[in-house]
Design a protein around this ligand. Structure first.
Ligand SMILES: [Zn+2]
Length: 343
């Protein structure tokens, strides 16, 4: 079948790539309709590795997908041919200790699309466990369905924060994950979200998504804004969707006493953390690795329009132009948030 193959660093090809995927009793076969390009896909394309995960052999990219069920395994109930679905791209070992504890995203044996050596979904069809395949509400498009995966990161972060109604949250970074985290924080009950970035078009877009106050940290002092909004108390929750060396300390700086910092972005190397700054506020530090148990909630929130990701889908390419889509995603205009490929 035709697939978008990362041959090696900086070398992509849309070419025939034979894959044998037998349909197990608990699997479904899905014809792929839309795939979003993630920062991790671009990172593998440009650098050939993320941390310990190194691309050593040609690998199909893509892990943010929606499509249509074309075949169901003998034991599958609840999904049928023709159903519009999206897929959770990480398949854990059902017998692992992590999975049995409900921490299946932390299963060391998890097979995650487009994380070497596992192939991704930029190809006409995939076989996937029905348990990790979710029906789209009728009013949710394939393009929105392909946004469930990044949104899941934001929802998992909101869960980890244990938000309470009326919280004031700061989201550092208005990239795709920062944006969906802001939406998740509002859906989780935040009264107001303050979002930071250095790109004015991204901030302008974020400001249209709800009670979201944009702060361009090139021109404005974040702490002054947070203090003004909170009577000098600080933000209840700070989500770091940047992962720069200094961002965890910036998060602590604007945090309220007793507040929570959720570290989402991954720094490229170990970073120094001001532990005393955290201690004097009794800050709760949370981390996330991907997500677990949130796809149905993401779809419910999209279906009720409590969360609308459509303004974030800024660029669409056909499958024939998939390499061009990746070249664009590698060097996006600041007006772009999410680039998707339609098959
Ligand atoms: Zn992703």
């Amino acid at each position: 079948m035709q697939a978008l193959v990362l041959e090696k660093t900086k070398s992509l090809a849309l070419r025939d790539f034979p894959i044998e995927e037998p349909l197990g009793a608990h699997d479904v076969r899905v014809r792929i309709h839309t795939v979003g390009i993630c920062g991790s896909d671009v990172h593998y394309y440009q650098h050939g590795r993320i941390g310990p995960f190194v691309v050593r052999e040609p690998m199909i990219l893509g892990h943010e997908a929606a499509g249509v069920v074309t075949e169901t395994g003998a034991a599958v109930t609840g999904l049928g041919v023709g159903d519009r679905v999206c897929m959770e791209p990480g398949i854990p070992d059902p017998n692992s200790r992590a999975t049995r504890l409900g921490l299946y995203n932390l299963d060391p044996a998890v097979r995650f699309w487009a994380t070497p050596p596992v192939h991704g979904c930029l190809r006409p069809d995939v076989v996937h466990p029905a348990a990790f395949t979710f029906k789209l509400p009728d009013n949710v498009s394939f393009a929105e369905g392909a946004m469930v995966e990044p949104l899941a990161v934001g929802l998992h972060a909101a869960n980890k924060a244990r938000l309470r109604p009326g919280d004031i949250a700061v989201v550092l970074g208005a990239g795709p994950i920062g944006m969906v985290t802001a939406l998740a924080a509002l859906a989780g009950g935040c009264a107001q979200v303050i979002i930071t970035d250095v790109q004015a078009p991204k901030l302008a877009l974020a400001a249209k998504l709800g009670p979201i106050l944009p702060v361009n940290v090139r021109e404005q002092d974040l702490k002054a804004v947070v203090n003004r909004l909170t009577g000098g108390w600080g933000a209840d929750v700070v989500f770091d969707a940047v992962g720069l060396p200094q961002s965890a300390n910036q998060a602590l700086d604007v945090l309220a006493p007793g507040g929570c910092v959720v570290l989402i972005g991954m720094p490229g190397a170990p970073v120094p953390l001001d532990v005393v700054a955290a201690q004097v506020k009794e800050a709760r530090l949370e981390t996330i690795f991907r997500y677990a148990h949130v796809f149905p909630r993401a779809l419910a929130l999209m279906g009720s329009r409590k969360i609308d990701v459509r303004p974030l889908i800024t660029d669409a390419y056909g499958f024939a132009d998939a390499v061009a889509a990746f070249d664009y995603a590698s060097n996006m205009k600041p007006t772009s948030v999410k680039v998707q490929i339609t098959l």
